[in-house]
Design a binder for this molecule. Structure first.
Ligand code: SAM
Ligand code: DTB
Ligand code: SF4
Length: 312
């Protein structure tokens, strides 16, 4: 599909856009269910990269407490608690530029093995990595690797100077070659144009096969980062991105990711109607606030929806 064709979907009259998104959603998924995922920041802050949105970059003074790699048993306790709250997927993130073959990576492999033993889907996001490292993750029980392209190539390179968009694609290739699933999405609200959003989605459509999971983050503006003062995206524009992603990727998970504390129940409900079928629950994302399990269970109840995989 060309960028122009994607733009035509994105710009459909809103009821038609939602109808098309709902139609494909219902062909592939149970529209009453939402997957709950939990994030765990296993190594926080002091990242050498300069991603303009990120509170974990060492370049910006965001008042974040830097923390070394967590102990394996602490992570496993977190995963067990998340499972008890309905999460079926545990995503561990490290503020690394890239994976190194050192003792830290050995510890991450142990975490992966431990979480997989709890019968949860394991996802990790550790920065750039090569095929042999990706294979070691897979062998340890990892199912998915998250590595976002974040935006269109042209816009990306105005947001991050310490690495190239094509390096992101190389890591995603390595992940695929190792037989892991790909989780790859981006951020809306960094000052990009709508056409740049379309090019971001187009880039995802060029991946063969498509990412199994696509997180759509709304920028969380963090004091101290260069993007701290950006205004929020108009909610209907955000919903258009979710619906367009659903239409382009009928069989992928579309995850309503960062930025939910600033979203009303109604906006989240619209996102689910537009095809989002996964979210991050818990009080915190990696470093910034998130609605928390009780809020999310309340929302599911108010909508008459269920947590996917929950024991009822
Ligand atoms: N360091 C690794 C990397 O860059 O791939 C993994 C962790 S990084 C925090 C994972 C993703 O979090 C980024 O690609 C970005 O999409 C998202 N993210 C980071 N800060 C954000 C913010 N302030 N608002 C929304 N999403 C954000
Ligand atoms: C993704 O796309 N969003 C998550 C997860 N993948 C790793 C991270 C969001 C981070 C938001 C900013 C923070 O809490 O530090
Ligand atoms: Fe580092 Fe990832 Fe944050 Fe970029 S997004 S500064 S690579 S933790």
């Amino acid at each position: 599909m060309t960028p122009n064709e994607i733009r035509a979907i994105h710009d459909l009259p809103f009821p038609e856009l939602l109808f098309q998104a709902q139609t494909v959603h219902r062909q592939h998924w149970n529209p009453e269910e939402i997957q709950f995922c939990t994030l765990d920041s296993i190594k926080t802050g002091a990242c050498p990269e300069d991603c303009a949105y990120c509170p974990q970059s060492a370049r910006y003074d965001t008042g974040l407490k830097v923390e070394p790699l967590k102990a394996v048993d602490e992570v496993l306790r977190g995963a067990a608690a998340a499972k008890a709250n309905g999460s079926t997927r545990y995503c561990m993130g490290a503020a690394w530029r890239e994976v190194r073959d050192d003792l830290n990576f050995d510890a991450v492999l142990e975490m992966v093995h431990g979480v997989a033993s709890l019968d949860m889907e394991v996802c990790v996001t550790l920065g750039m990595l090569n095929v042999s490292q990706a294979k070691r993750l897979k062998a340890a029980g990892c199912k998915v690797y998250n590595h976002n392209i974040d935006s269109s190539k042209a816009f990306y390179e105005t947001i991050i100077s310490t690495r190239k968009f094509d390096e992101r694609l190389e890591t995603i290739d390595a992940v695929r070659q190792a037989g892991l699933e790909v989780c790859c999405g981006g951020i809306v609200g960094m000052g990009e144009t709508i056409d740049q959003r379309i090019h971001f989605l187009h880039e995802l459509t060029e991946m063969e096969p498509a990412p199994e999971s696509i997180p759509i983050n709304h920028l969380v503006p963090v004091e101290g980062t260069p993007l701290a003062d950006l205004p929020p995206v108009p909610p209907l524009e955000f919903i258009r991105m979710i619906a367009t992603a659903r239409i382009l990727f009928p069989a992928s998970r579309i995850r309503l990711s960062a930025g939910r504390t600033a979203m009303s129940d109604e906006m989240q409900a619209l996102a689910f109607c537009a095809g989002a079928n996964s979210l991050f629950t818990g009080e915190k994302l990696l470093t910034t606030p998130n609605p928390g399990e009780s809020q999310d269970h309340r929302l599911m109840q108010a909508l008459g929806m269920q947590v996917e995989g929950a024991i009822r």
